[in-house]
Design a protein. Structure first.
Length: 340
């Protein structure tokens, strides 16, 4: 009996060892669906098309770990969308491709694809995933949010002074990345650049994702290093036009040239790298609650607050319910970071 038990334990141990062995070319699994190293490498090349020669092995694998977390989150959400019958159809993808091509010649469009190291088929797959996830979040979260007239009125009374504009005001949001360590930084990814190289690569990654159509507020929540605005989707509120006089000429020119809804290029400032989004531009004077623009602004503010909170919670719940195995993270841990 002891021999049998001993042999059985050995077999169980061997079986467990086999289960722990990572499948070939699999960086992670989500509910047994694989994310391959090929997919990760392709995503890395898109986000970092020109990695600097001086980048260390540790920096590269750190970036890949971060990108794998994004792929894992995307796969979790995509599976949820698939289960609920919310996958984007060809017509949705075609419409988005046409939107991206608007105003571009075929040559210009193909050049943009080459710069992002994407084929048209890869772009369509990426758009199908993103549109499917957006459908999911709209159905599960945004569609259930309602803002009452009472909430709007209460917000206006509590913030009435902010609706009195002594001069033109610019409602801005920002994503900030700084090149130095700061223990006060808090974002959903707990992501912080530690030096100039990491800061530059991080802001370029964010800029590329914005260009691909990802949501500014969500990227700010996940990656912005401004502790005062990251949790609010990067929103910093209204800035008086006179404040721009203190900015350098290039920054002032960019700020004054932005139209509502537009996003700036990467801006180097003394604090670090910034990307700005102009949400609205308002003229001087007291604005009344009956002003439709005031009502819309308040509703958007309250809706965005609730939407960002619920999306963050939804992602956490979805992660907790998914069966995720991150083989790359396990490999980094087991090799003590020596990946060769």
């Amino acid at each position: 009996m002891r021999l049998w038990l001993s042999g059985g334990l050995v077999l169980l141990a061997l079986a467990a060892g086999c289960r722990r062995s990572p499948p070939a070319n699999v960086a992670a699994t989500v509910n047994d669906r694989a994310i391959t190293y090929d997919e990760l490498e392709r995503f890395y090349r898109i986000q970092f098309p020109s990695p600097p020669e001086q980048a260390s092995e540790e920096q590269i694998w750190y970036q890949k770990l971060e990108l794998l977390r994004i792929l894992i989150d995307n796969e979790i959400m995509l599976q949820r969308a698939e289960k609920l019958g919310l996958l984007a159809v060809d017509a949705d993808v075609d419409a988005k491709v046409n939107e991206l091509r608007a105003g571009l010649t075929q040559e210009e469009f193909e050049k943009q694809l080459r710069e992002r190291q994407l084929t048209l088929d890869e772009l369509r797959r990426q758009l199908r995933r993103d549109l499917s996830i957006q459908k999911l979040l709209n159905r599960e979260i945004t569609s259930h949010i309602s803002i009452s007239d009472k909430e709007v009125a209460e917000f206006y009374e509590a913030n009435k002074a902010s609706f009195n504009r002594p001069e033109p005001q610019y409602r801005l949001a920002q994503i900030l990345v700084t090149p130095y360590p700061d223990p006060n930084v808090r974002n959903l990814k707990n992501d912080k650049a530690q030096n100039e190289l990491e800061a530059r690569k991080k802001i370029e990654m964010i800029a590329a994702r914005l260009k691909a159509g990802e949501d500014f507020a969500m990227l700010a929540q996940h990656y912005s290093e401004d502790p005062n605005s990251a949790a609010n989707g990067g929103e910093v509120g209204y800035i008086p036009e006179s404040a721009f006089e203190k900015a350098d000429a290039e920054l002032r020119k960019i700020l004054l040239s932005l139209k509502p809804g537009e996003i700036s290029p990467i801006i180097r400032t003394p604090e670090g790298y910034r990307i700005l989004r102009l949400i609205a531009r308002e003229p001087a004077g007291q604005r009344d609650l009956n002003d439709p623009r005031v009502q819309q602004e308040i509703r958007e503010t309250l809706l965005n607050r609730k939407d960002q909170l619920l999306r963050a919670a939804y992602y956490e719940v979805a992660r907790n319910e998914a069966r995720v195995v991150n083989y790359l993270a396990r490999r980094v841990t087991q090799t003590k970071g020596r990946m060769k």
